[in-house]
Design a protein around this ligand. Sequence first.
Ligand code: SAM
Length: 186
Amino acid sequence: MLLNILQFVQHHIKLAVQAGDTVIDATAGNGHDTVFLAQCVTNSGKVLAFDIQSSALLNTRNKLNELGLSEQVSLIQAGHEHIQNFCHTGVSAIMFNLGYLPGADKNCTTQVTTTLAALEAGLNILLKDGLISVVLYPGHEQGLIEAQTIEKWTAQLPQQQYEVLQYRFTNRIHHAPYALLLHKRI
Ligand SMILES: C[S@@+](CC[C@H](N)C(=O)[O-])C[C@H]1O[C@@H](n2cnc3c(N)ncnc32)[C@H](O)[C@@H]1O
């Protein structure tokens, strides 16, 4: 009945993105979000997909090739905190799916300092009415610190400029993932 976290995020990203747009996957991982974004922008648009792990980018590349979506995607092996070295403006959506790559080294996880730097850079390059989605994983130690810090940071963004929405199942017994959406109003 209710949309799960990923469905909720994708629903809103779809509303913010049109064919031909430029968008960013800040954490390519196994490529699910990159594929989704590549389908949204079509081959007239552009997806920049970042990850620090070559294995993640390889998995993403393979998925894109299988689905014939490689044309519109640039895979970038760099930390998302360097987003502005690759893109200066004109982005309609950025997806962050934090934490570690399932099945890989759990120590290679997103870190609060670099995630915050990337979010700040992301807000700079976002178009008016652009959207940033962040999926947070408080179920592991680093993820909990990251989720709490990011939640606090987003809560102090000026409301004239940004709307911040949290989507969370509050009665789950374990620390379930949840989402934040940041909408740039002006
Ligand atoms: C939960 S996974 C992403 C899942 C992915 N969106 C998908 O659809 O499969 C998180 C990814 O973030 C990557 N990562 C960690 N620190 C990063 C950074 N500073 N910049 C970019 N990616 C980073 C990890 O290597 C990992 O692949």
